[in-house]
Design a protein around this ligand. Structure first.
Ligand SMILES: Nc1ncnc2c1ncn2[C@@H]1O[C@H](COP(=O)(O)OP(=O)(O)OP(=O)(O)O)[C@@H](O)[C@H]1O
Length: 261
């Protein structure tokens, strides 16, 4: 399957070492070789401290690798970042309280010098996509947590990035809201053809959303398996009750023990 597909992101022998409080080296990530395809929905999954965020940060040019390198569309992460090809969604929506939802979505476009009309049209288009059109003139504190995260997603899509980096975006939300957002995210991903790199420690979430799940194991953080999620799309929520879904969940869970790619 992989041969004919375009590789968008490639890490080679990627490693990151931090210093602990006593000045000793701590390997957060070691020897990560990963190829991510264009238009793929890929999840980094693993227990706390296995290096998921560190790997995401290396790709996003927010963390310099100690070893190895990252190539994205044949460029360095820095070049890609400067070309605004990344969109970010973090666990906590970073919305400014004093700006309306629409003005929050417009912000990156404002910084990039889009004209007033252009950014207004684009913001409304993005808000419609995430189901928040009627809340454009509300302020963030008038929205639920799920709606705030929708606004965050709308903002991340504003500059039409090629790659969306999502670090535990739904982990603070209740199960019902999360389920709805999963559905919407997959719909938006399909409609926009972005590459999504999604971080979570929730196995079901990773299996439900992804084309492939990358399992990271801790101490030191390493890629211990890549599991293909061969469940056809669209995936109704009931798929979570199927035998195959649960087999994949078990397969991912068992991958934490060891094995190498
Ligand atoms: N700036 C830093 N300085 C020192 N150690 C760090 C730093 N950032 C991360 N680490 C360590 O690197 C390891 C990997 O951290 P990372 O945040 O990437 O893990 P994670 O899998 O994303 O965890 P979580 O699910 O808890 O967010 C951890 O042991 C962490 O303590």
């Amino acid at each position: 399957m992989s041969e004919e597909r375009n590789i968008e992101i490639k890490t080679r022998q990627l490693g990151v070492t931090f210093k602990d409080n006593e000045g000793k080296d701590v390997a957060a990530l070691t020897g990560v070789n990963l190829e991510i395809y264009k238009g793929e929905f890929i999840t980094l999954l693993g227990p706390s401290g296995c290096g998921k965020t560190t790997l995401l940060r290396c790709i996003a040019d927010l963390q310099k690798p100690s070893e190895g390198d990252v190539h994205i569309q044949g460029m360095t992460p820095k070049e890609v970042r400067l070309q605004k090809k990344f969109g970010f969604v973090f666990q906590q929506p970073v919305l400014f309280d004093w700006r309306t939802v629409k003005k929050n979505v417009e912000l990156p476009m404002e910084i990039m010098g889009y004209s007033k009309g252009e950014r207004s049209d684009r913001a409304m288009e993005m808000l419609e996509m995430v189901g928040l059109k009627d809340f454009a003139n509300h302020y963030p504190n008038q929205l639920s947590g799920g709606m705030q995260q929708r606004a965050n997603i709308a903002r991340a899509f504003g500059l039409d990035p090629d790659i969306l980096l999502m670090d535990e975006p739904f982990s603070a939300l209740d199960e019902f809201t999360k389920e709805k957002l999963h559905e919407d995210l997959v719909r938006i991903w399909k409609a926009t053809n972005k590459t999504i790199l999604f971080v979570t420690h929730n196995i079901q979430e990773g299996v439900f959303l992804s084309d492939r799940v990358c399992v990271l194991s801790p101490h030191p953080g390493r890629l211990s398996a890549i599991v293909d999620i061969d469940i056809e799309r669209p995936r109704p929520v009931e798929v979570k009750e199927s035998t195959h879904f649960n087999e994949l969940v078990t397969k991912v869970r068992n991958s934490f023990e060891g094995g190498s790619v």
